[in-house]
Design a protein around this ligand. Structure first.
Ligand code: FES
Length: 95
């Protein structure tokens, strides 16, 4: 199990290893921006990782390509393809 903390609300949720970050946020009751229903197309679900970046699945070329296309910071993560494997703290611009 892993604990995801959402900043600035301080909400936390315990999730199974391998849970999508997108799903963790929804389960915690937080809104996640999306216009592609988590199909890894829109890049609106990007989040910033404040702690525990090494506890998430590795960023691969398609994710970097999507972030670049949308002029997002390459340290952001596209939450609908990122899996949680340990404790982390995340935020996004609209929380
Ligand atoms: S919800 Fe569209 S890319 Fe993640």
């Amino acid at each position: 199990m892993a604990i995801v903390t959402f900043h600035p609300s301080g909400k936390t949720i315990e999730v199974e290893h391998g849970t999508l970050l997108f799903d963790a946020a929804l389960r915690a009751g937080l809104p996640v921006a999306s216009s592609c229903s988590a199909a890894f197309v829109c890049c609106r679900c990007n989040m910033q990782i404040l702690q525990g970046a090494d506890q998430l699945s590795t960023q691969r070329d398609p994710e970097r390509t999507l972030l670049k296309r949308d002029k997002k910071d390459l340290t952001d993560r596209v939450s609908c393809v990122v899996r949680v494997y340990g404790d982390c703290t995340v935020t996004t611009s609209y929380w």
